[in-house]
Design a protein around this ligand. Structure first.
Ligand code: PGA
Length: 303
């Protein structure tokens, strides 16, 4: 049995499919005598006839049908192996184009860094954009993956949640509310706020929280970046609602206090988004899996 070759197995499945030596030989671009010799060698190796000829028609024997079944299994397995290897090669050589929304720049580059250490040959491009620009790129299908906190419901997309995005209320350190516990959101109506720009996911979430509590915020200033908002808060211009991710490097500085307001942290999600129906590459799919596993780790470490 071990003398059988893959070439012979391929020939035998063609013979079973066409039911005729001449047609099978033609399909395999070989001569009929050459094919017939291979079939004869197979039946000699197995020790039983694999087919019988009745008139012009060729029938497989019981042994022939078993050989055909095994040949298909083996060839299918090899085909699957072939595509697995192609995927692996893709992973070692591929490209990854990411477009991420402003606040995601506080954690995505770090995750990307550790992903690239595992797959050093992958070429990465990262575009940091505001929501409108990100949506525009998504509509034009310019990137492999988009990271955003609010996916567009009007577009046909797949949106995979992978990590929590907690929003906090921050105040300059030493603020009178800083030491109080369990503050009612209503108290914040008396304060001035520094807000992110219109269209920012953080701003939309903060607005909808306060609207649902029938609180009208006093906006002192609107600024187009998290860093600018932090500077304004540190300078005493008001309070702000920001993603916890934006404060990772500032928590130790003591410039801000996080207020203990009922309903906060407001838990949002980060989504990895791509157009529905897009065939995602092996690299993109590996990065997506990586994001999901890092998200699960972060939940385990901050339950
Ligand atoms: P941002 O945050 O738009 O406020 O930068 C991202 C998001 O929450 O969608």
């Amino acid at each position: 049995m071990r003398r059988l070759t893959l070439h012979q197995l391929t020939i035998f499945t063609a013979l079973a499919q066409h039911g005729n030596m001449t047609r099978a030989a033609k399909a395999l671009h070989m001569s009929t005598p050459a094919l017939s010799i291979q079939i004869k060698q197979m039946s000699d190796a197995i020790g039983m006839p694999l087919h019988e000829q009745i008139g012009r028609k060729l029938y497989l024997t019981d042994a022939g049908r078993r050989v055909e079944e095994a040949a298909r299994d083996i060839l299918n397995r090899l085909e699957a192996l072939d595509s697995e290897i192609a995927e692996l090669q893709g992973l070692e050589q591929g490209r990854l184009r990411l477009s991420i929304i402003t606040t995601a720049k506080y954690f995505v580059p770090k995750l990307l860094g550790s992903f690239c250490q595992r797959h050093p040959a992958i070429e990465v491009s990262l575009d940091v954009a505001n929501r409108d620009q990100c949506l525009n790129r998504l509509e034009r299908n310019l990137d492999d993956l988009y990271i955003m906190g609010k996916y567009p419901e009007a577009l046909a997309v797949e949106a995979v949640p992978f990590m929590e995005n907690p929003l906090l209320v921050i105040a300059p350190s030493g603020h009178p509310l800083a030491d109080r516990k369990n503050l009612s959101p209503k108290l914040l109506a008396e304060e001035s706020f520094v807000m992110r720009e219109q269209g920012s996911g953080t701003r939309l979430a903060a607005e909808s929280f306060f609207e649902s509590h029938k609180i009208e915020l006093k906006t002192r200033m609107t600024l187009g970046s998290n860093e600018a908002v932090k500077q304004a808060v540190a300078g005493g211009l008001g309070l702000a609602v920001l993603s916890q991710h934006t404060l990772i490097l500032d928590r130790a500085s003591g410039a801000f206090a996080v207020l203990d307001v009922k309903g906060f942290p407001l838990i949002r999600q980060w989504y990895a988004v791509y157009p529905r129906g897009k065939r995602i590459s092996a690299v993109t799919s590996a990065f997506l899996q990586y994001l999901i596993s890092e998200g699960e780790k972060s939940i385990r470490s901050h339950p």
